[in-house]
Design a protein around this ligand. Structure first.
Ligand SMILES: Nc1ncnc2c1ncn2[C@@H]1O[C@H](COP(=O)(O)OP(=O)(O)OP(=O)(O)O)[C@@H](O)[C@H]1O
Ligand SMILES: [Mg+2]
Length: 477
């Protein structure tokens, strides 16, 4: 007997997932393919009648599930292997990121549904359960799945009240609890998301809630509200779009790099120029705040009325304020992934590789840096009344200042950078004795300054000045 899961978009049957010995395969339903509103649920799964082969089917659906530790716990709760994505989808595929619902073959989209009000204290109890059970697991009627390595809770919220969605009802917010082994991640993420907003990046609104312990309330960008209901918009992350498993989301694990991401936008976005510029800002912003965790699952496409656009940015957090987290960027910027080593020339290199004007890129780098400094000051004042976060917020501001200083030093040295300038000056120095010498050292000094001005703004090191002055002195000695 075939084991089958049905995949719905709203009330329509999009296709079915068929269990196979080594995994699963996906096939669109004929009715979906023939309908006038049909769209492919993934860039990696174009509309076609035959089933897709296993890897490409599984990568899309595996990426809907939680990752690592959370996935393991859920699998243990349901008595299945965490590698068994079919069984995991069967258990928790009810409400996923985006608009898809995965249900066992004998179930259809529930006719009914409702919202169960829950107090903030009860929410806290669910979130901080002592046995560290994954959130809402095993609750009747609730089958929610959100990707990511942190546990999350999709809720419905209105007028400062909270509800758990049941049956067909959709959530409109996501709650992210703090990560217990890292200091003040809620304040860190809230601060960085607001910083992004104040610097002109498109992000969902966030708010810190909770009484004794805080958690982050994030508005879902893949939901919109009508007068009577919450409607779902489809989305897919960049790993899904490229057909890559979640455990390869980092470039260092063979996952996508920035050139792949820009090219994915180029080929598939309905507004490629705008979205490439938005991605560029995302890369620059993450550099400034020291977010080394901006991997391909932290970027998504949103499917909005026949248009595919880069979704608002999420999961913006300064990871480098934590000593126990890697300082290597999830994706290299112009072949460099060590945060401390990144310079304007790496952004220039990236710009050339992804076909964006390098001068425009450097201007964006400079301007976003200025906007960020102003936004960081205003925001720190706003957050200051909650002095318990002073430590972590202070560290983020220092990271921004440091990264700005590193870039500024380089700018003062000239964008071309010291090694290149040194080569030019040495070349000039060697040429000098072969040419009619300038009448005086003053002339030579002026020609040196002209060269220095051409390649940069800064006075160069005394050593180079000495080398330049040496040839005219030699005959006199
Ligand atoms: N505001 C939002 N609206 C809609 N979907 C969202 C929103 N924020 C996050 N998501 C979805 O939830 C997924 C997980 O979110 P997020 O990246 O914040 O979690 P995480 O557990 O911190 O991830 P990571 O494993 O990168 O640390 C995202 O890949 C995205 O699909
Ligand atoms: Mg994430």
């Amino acid at each position: 007997m075939e084991h089958i899961l049905n995949v719905f978009w709203d009330n329509d049957l999009v296709g079915r997932i068929i269990k196979k010995p080594a995994g699963l395969i996906f096939q669109y339903s004929e009715a979906w393919i023939d309908s006038k509103d049909a769209f492919p649920i993934s860039i990696s799964l174009p509309l076609q009648k035959p089933p897709f082969e296993e890897t490409i089917s599984e990568t899309f659906f595996e990426n809907l599930l939680p990752e690592s530790g959370i996935k393991e716990k859920i699998a243990r709760f349901y008595g299945v292997s965490e590698k068994n994505n079919y069984a995991m989808l069967d258990a928790i595929g009810g409400e996923c990121a985006g608009a898809l619902t995965v249900l066992p073959e004998n179930e259809s989209i529930p006719e009914e549904g409702g919202y169960e009000e829950i107090s903030i204290d009860e929410l806290s109890r669910i979130i901080f359960n002592p046995d560290k059970k994954p959130l809402l697991i095993g609750r009747k009627d609730i089958r929610l799945s959100l990707a990511g390595s942190q546990d999350k809770l999709p809720v419905y919220s209105k007028d400062n009240k909270f509800f758990l969605p049941r049956g067909r009802k959709a959530s409109n917010y996501i709650i992210k609890p703090p990560i217990d082994y890292l200091q003040d991640t809620v304040a860190n993420e809230a601060f960085c998301m607001k910083l992004a907003e104040n610097s002109g990046l498109l992000v969902p609104s966030v708010k810190i809630i909770g009484n004794k312990v805080n958690f982050l309330l994030i508005k879902r960008y893949d939901r919109f509200e009508t007068e009577t209901d919450v409607k779902r918009l489809h989305q897919e992350d960049f790993c899904q779009a490229m057909g890559i498993y979640s455990n390869q989301k980092y470039e260092a694990e063979g996952g996508p790099n920035l050139v792949d991401c820009f090219s994915l936008i180029d080929k598939n976005s309905s507004q490629p120029v705008l979205d490439k510029n938005r991605l560029l800002k995302f890369v620059i912003f993450n550099y400034y705040i020291g977010n080394a965790d901006a991997h391909a699952k932290n970027l998504s496409f949103l499917y909005d009325n026949d248009r595919i656009i880069l979704a608002p940015f999420y999961d913006l957090i300064s990871t480098c304020v934590y000593d126990n987290l890697s300082k290597k960027m999830a994706m290299k910027i112009g072949s460099e992934n060590r945060l401390e080593w990144i310079r304007p020339r790496h952004f220039e290199r990236l710009a050339k590789a992804v076909d964006i004007n390098p001068r425009f890129t450097l201007n964006t780098l400079e301007n976003l840096g200025k906007q960020l400094s102003i936004a960081a000051k205003t925001l720190t004042d706003k957050f200051k009344k909650d002095s318990q976060w002073k430590n972590v917020l202070g560290k983020i501001v220092k990271v921004i200042e440091k990264h700005q200083r590193l870039l500024n030093e380089q700018w003062q040295n000239g964008v071309l950078g010291r090694p290149f300038r040194t080569t030019i000056l040495l070349f000039v120095a060697f040429l000098t004795p072969l040419q009619p010498l300038p009448a005086s050292h003053a002339d030579l000094f002026i020609s040196y300054m002209a060269t220095a001005n051409f390649v940069g703004k800064e006075q160069d090191s005394p050593v180079i000045i000495f080398i330049l002055f040496l040839p005219p002195l030699l005959p006199a000695m």
